[in-house]
Design a protein around this ligand. Structure first.
Ligand code: UDP
Length: 238
């Protein structure tokens, strides 16, 4: 295996699929899909959790006086759309072995989530795209990434960011002196109040001793490079 992990859970944000004008940008979808297909063809067992922020976030509903639960379900549905967009792009590129598993039952276009089936299919070279978040309001797709990573027995969560190379002590876009961390423990995420993921996700990963590698997916073949170990990143582990 030419990659540093044999099974990974890749967390993509919904933002990764959009540009200033469109919720889906064809080039971005294709770029991500191409890298994913190359990794799968080379034998990497790949689960993907996708966010929904390019379409809808729960807090947008709260801003217009919608109950948070309703707004959160809308966010989970947004992740279903993103998963279907990624699935069809992967298939258009000629790779047919891909399943979309939804935590919310949507039987006409997705498979109901079942970790045993996902594991069996991944052993046959299928890419698993996990959509619908956790299926519960008040949670995040980061938390779902950790849950799914545990359930597919992933070696790590690969958390893709857009334009930042990993974790800093403050926002590097606002603070030019922000300190970059190459290594952190899960506990330090809480202790240093780092905003890389929510605390539920960090706590779960700590309990499961699951490493999380945070990297910048903007850049040519950065998803492949991080799997090869040739990209600067932050590793969060015990
Ligand atoms: N969401 C939820 N439960 C989950 C996952 C997501 O309620 O388990 C909702 C939440 O409202 C969130 C939205 O779905 O704002 C989109 O997910 P997320 O913000 O994680 O996507 P990203 O910002 O990573 O694109």
């Amino acid at each position: 295996m030419k990659y540093k992990y044999s099974t990974v859970l890749l967390k993509l944000s919904g933002e990764a699929l959009k540009n200033e004008k469109e919720i889906y940008n064809k080039e971005k979808l294709e770029d991500i899909a191409k890298q994913i297909v190359e990794l799968a063809k080379n034998g990497l067992k790949l689960g993907i959790v996708i966010g929904g922020g390019n379409i809808w976030r729960g807090k947008l509903g709260v801003d217009i006086d919608m109950p948070q639960i309703n707004a959160d379900y809308m966010g989970m549905l947004a992740t279903v759309m993103n998963g279907l967009a990624l699935e069809s792009t992967i298939k258009r590129l000629g790779y047919d072995k891909v399943n979309v598993y939804s935590s919310l039952p949507i039987e006409t276009v997705t498979d109901d989530y079942n970790f045993k089936r996902a594991r069996l299919k991944m052993n046959e070279g299928y890419i698993s795209i996990f959509v619908g978040g956790t299926g519960f309001a008040y949670f995040t797709t980061d938390t779902n990434s950790v849950i799914r990573a545990i359930e597919i027995d992933a070696d790590a969560v690969l958390m893709a960011k857009n334009g930042v190379k990993g974790v800093y002590d403050s926002d590097p876009n606002l603070n030019p002196n922000a300190k970059f961390y190459e290594k952190l423990t899960h506990r330090e995420i809480a202790d240093k109040q780092l905003r890389v993921m929510d605390l539920t996700a960090a706590t779960l990963a700590k309990d499961a001793k699951l490493p999380i590698e945070v990297f910048d997916m903007q850049g040519p073949n950065n998803i492949i490079k991080v799997m090869e170990g040739s990209l600067e990143s932050t590793i969060i582990e015990e």
